[in-house]
Ligand binder design. Structure first.
Ligand code: AMP
Length: 213
């Protein structure tokens, strides 16, 4: 089963990806996490991506498609993936389709998380993330310990106000058109209201996938 999570930065894709992965029994693939790990480890990929990420710009399509093709070929993804933020431009949507075709797989559904910009700014400017396992937290301060792995919480550089503004404008110009692309291409595309509690959003997401309880 391959499910793509789509939506603005801060819509809660990462949080829901982890929960859906557990519930549906397939692992997550988040290009943002792959890139942040590469940056932290100082690999060639990380060095290439860092400037784009710190500004809140998109990393070039060929880099993203390279990461995705390589990852999906690994045995852990043989049964599918919850793809979190993997497609942010129309060329990436086209590229992912090519990758799936080559692998004789298909995208089962796209979940589009819907949320307005005021809520995004409020969330991102108050969130911290674990520097090790990348779990996001609301209402916790930098320097505190991660409950999952004991790592240290920090603020992401791209959660600073100027970068948040840029990420939202990049979303409007480059990512929003992906929604219409999937609509035109006959993929199962479901909108999920992304406000309310984490559990409420999960319930809506599972319902959209026909797995509601
Ligand atoms: P995220 O953790 O999903 O918010 O991603 C953090 C940053 O990684 C983004 O602001 C981009 O700079 C980069 N990134 C992650 N996924 C993609 C993608 N599919 N296309 C381009 N850039 C990406």
């Amino acid at each position: 089963m391959n499910i793509l999570l789509f939506g603005k930065p801060g819509a809660g894709k990462g949080t829901q990806a982890t929960i859906l992965a557990e519930s549906l029994g397939v692992p997550t693939l988040a290009t943002g996490d792959v890139l942040r790990n590469a940056t932290r480890e100082g690999t060639t990929l990380g060095k290439k991506a860092k400037e784009f990420m710190d500004r809140g710009d998109l990393v070039p399509d060929d880099v993203i498609l390279g990461i995705v093709g390589e990852a999906l070929a690994r045995p852990e993804y043989a049964r599918g993936a919850i793809l979190d933020g993997v497609v942010r431009t129309v060329p990436q949507a086209e590229g992912l389709e090519r990758v799936f075709k080559q692998m004789r797989r298909k995208l089962d559904a796209v979940l589009a998380f819907d949320i307005d910009n005021d809520e995004i700014v409020r969330r991102l400017s108050t969130r911290t993330v674990c520097n090790n396992c990348q779990t996001p937290y609301m209402g916790r301060e930098p320097g505190e310990k991660c409950e999952k792995c004991g790592g240290t919480l920090m603020r992401r550089k791209d959660d600073e106000p100027a970068a948040i503004r840029n990420r939202l404008s990049v979303y409007e110009s480059q990512t929003a058109p992906v929604f219409d692309w999937y609509k035109k291409n006959g993929t199962s595309l479901k909108t999920v209201k992304a406000i309310g509690s984490v559990a409420e959003v999960t319930r809506r997401a599972l319902e959209a996938l026909g797995r509601g309880r």
